[in-house]
Design a protein around this ligand. Structure first.
Ligand SMILES: [Cu+2]
Length: 322
């Protein structure tokens, strides 16, 4: 698999940026320690949700708060659509908003998929195309997490740290069955983040997972029931985006090669609904040194953790017993 297989919509050219999007983690740093990040004024009548918020996806929208404090945040994520969705969260370069993203960045991904479908482009063309068609700021956002792939009718809790105030976007770039990006169909949502409380409680994990370039380490057998998995990003993939991690339920006859193929958006059928497996959630991209939590109720059966980045190697099968 070429390095370009690993790049992703909207942020693909982080390849070019020596991972400025993965700056040194400031896990417990609070926004109000950072005097140069003055929050923008909030409307007077805004009700401020704290810590745990409901996030719902439909076709094609992300229903989520417009304002959030910095700090550890749980997305109680429910997918009420008919297709798979996720909710990745990233901070834009200062001064940019969703309007800029929709005008100058997101549209560049449409001709890429058209070109790949028609055969007029190859994967090798994606990087140079983005370099010429997306402004520098559009390649310099910072992923902070969010909730991973979720099949319709399911719910999950994903917890991660929003480390700085700023303008953030939530995005789902799964493709509809006709190959159109969910992003461009309405699944991009702006959140203004302001300085939050300095004292917070973290979830207590029942299991730990660590993602490295050699693979994922974690439990291979767990008991049925509710679990909170702590997911640590131990390394960044070479020359590419940070890792994410998704949980899939395997059935008799699930073709793993088909699943790995589906995780790669640069494949014409990649990330295109419907998925070949049921997804139960996960944590979206974060740079090395960060961690997040996924809380999920597991029935007995076979499961698979896997990353969108290099899924054929970055995965961990496990079994849930009675
Ligand atoms: Cu979606």
């Amino acid at each position: 698999m070429s390095g370009l297989n690993l790049i992703k919509p909207i942020l693909a050219c982080i390849l070019l940026l020596t991972l400025s999007a993965c700056e040194a983690p400031q896990r417990e740093a609070r926004a109000n320690d950072q005097g140069n990040m003055a929050p923008q004024a909030l409307p007077q009548d805004v009700q401020i949700p704290v810590n745990k918020v409901d996030v719902t996806t439909t076709e094609y929208a992300i229903l989520a708060p417009d304002y959030l404090p910095t700090g550890w945040t749980t997305f109680a994520f429910t997918n009420r659509g008919g297709q798979e969705h996720f909710v990745a969260m990233y901070r834009l370069v200062e001064g940019k908003t969703i309007k800029d993203q929709l005008r100058e960045v997101a549209p560049a991904f449409d001709p890429i998929m058209q070109g790949l479908r028609s055969g007029e482009m190859t994967k090798a063309d994606i990087g140079p195309f983005l370099e010429h068609n997306v402004p520098d700021w559009g390649l310099q956002m910072t992923w902070v997490g969010g909730a991973g792939l979720l099949s319709n009718g399911h719910s999950v809790e994903a917890t991660f740290n929003i480390d700085k105030p700023g303008i953030y976007l939530l995005e789902c770039y799964v493709k509809a069955p006709d190959g159109q990006w969910h992003t461009l169909m309405g699944m991009l949502h702006q959140i203004q983040v302001y300085p939050g409380p300095t004292e917070q409680q973290l979830p207590s994990a029942t299991h730990n997972l660590i993602i490295a370039n050699s693979g994922i380490s974690g439990p291979e057998v767990v008991k049925a029931g509710k679990h909170t998995f702590r997911i640590d990003i131990g390394e960044n993939p070479p020359g590419s985006l940070p890792y994410d991690l998704h949980l899939a339920k395997l059935e008799e006859g699930t073709d793993l090669q088909q699943v790995y193929f589906w995780m790669d958006w640069t494949n014409v059928g990649g990330l295109r609904a419907p998925a070949p497996v049921t997804f139960l959630g996960g944590i979206e991209q974060m740079g090395v040194g960060n961690h997040g939590y996924v809380s999920v109720d597991l029935a007995p059966g076979k499961y698979l953790w896997l990353s969108e980045v290099n899924a054929a190697n970055i995965n961990l099968p496990f079994v849930v017993t009675e």
